[in-house]
Design a protein around this ligand. Structure first.
Ligand code: MLT
Length: 284
């Protein structure tokens, strides 16, 4: 039985110039898979980025662990098939991706939208996770004002394209200090955002606006959880992380100084240290 499954995996897994592609939930998913370990650590990027946003973490952790990151459907090099996008669909994609790679249980790390996906996935399939890292994220749904703002942004992108959105988003995502000191990184991220088909951005904005709250499930999470937040995060401010911390039983909270919403890219060393300590404890 297991042997047949392996053969099937080989059939739908391809390696295209160093990028791995695997069919999961009806689409080709682009991912990277490095290092070795009993429980893999899977990273889920935020909106509107792609798996390359985890490079500093992969580079460090692959020496001692199996680390996987993938492009959410429609982002980076992963396909989409234009159905209605939702955070629930992204959560199902994650589970099908784990199935396709024959991963029964993993430690998961999600940033912002990656965290929304993770909270959704853990509410559906808690037995598939060994530990969670929730970065710069929250459990609440959008307020009516936040929904309104997203709808305005959608209209603006439909009219003028995504340049203005990309500039504004990056300006609010980074803290003041890293916004001036990390020009090359910001340029790279800007290019990635404007290279996305605008409909991917607008469909995902709609999915974000329509997501449901996950605060009511926090009490049921019995896994070890690390919560990380940039001290100057303006998109998901610290109080959202403090709420997660007070409501998840086995959780710890790390606040990263001199970082905004993209704490893993703004302070990679400090971020990696927190992640490494957590993973070592979970795997002990
Ligand atoms: C993200 O970083 O994934 C987004 O900012 C999430 C959001 O806008 O709610």
């Amino acid at each position: 039985m297991a042997r047949n499954f392996n053969i099937n995996i080989k059939e739908h897994k391809m390696e295209v110039m160093g990028t791995n592609i695997i069919k999961a939930n009806g689409i080709n998913v682009s991912y990277s898979d490095n290092g070795e370990g009993t429980y893999p650590i899977i990273f889920i990027h935020g909106f509107p980025f792609n798996k390359s946003a985890w490079k500093p973490q992969i580079d460090m952790l692959k020496k001692t662990n199996r680390v996987i990151t993938y492009d959410i459907r429609g982002f980076g090099d992963s396909e989409t098939n234009n159905e209605n996008t939702s955070i629930t669909l992204f959560a199902h994609d994650l589970l099908k991706f784990m199935d396709a790679l024959e991963i029964k249980k993993a430690i998961l790390c999600g940033l912002s939208m990656g965290g929304y996906i993770l909270l959704e996935a853990v509410s559906l399939y808690p037995h598939r996770f060994k530990g969670l890292i929730l970065c710069d994220t929250q459990c609440i749904a959008d307020t009516p004002e936040a929904k309104e703002k997203r709808l305005k942004t959608i209209k603006q992108i439909e009219k003028n394209g995504s340049e203005e959105f990309a500039k504004g988003f990056l300006e609010s995502a980074f803290c003041k200090e890293s916004y001036t000191s990390k020009k090359r990184l910001i340029e790279k991220l800007y290019k990635e955002i404007i290279a996305l088909p605008p409909t991917i951005i607008t469909n995902t904005l709609l999915a974000l606006a329509q997501r449901t709250e996950k605060c009511t499930i926090l009490k049921d999470i019995m896994l070890p959880v690390l919560i990380i937040c940039g001290k100057e995060d303006k998109i998901t401010p610290i109080d959202r992380s403090e709420f997660l911390f007070s409501n998840i039983e086995h959780s710890s909270l790390k606040i990263i100084s001199d970082a905004g919403h993209l704490s893993n890219l703004e302070q990679p060393e400090e971020f990696n240290k927190c992640v490494n300590t957590f993973i070592t404890a979970v795997l002990k």
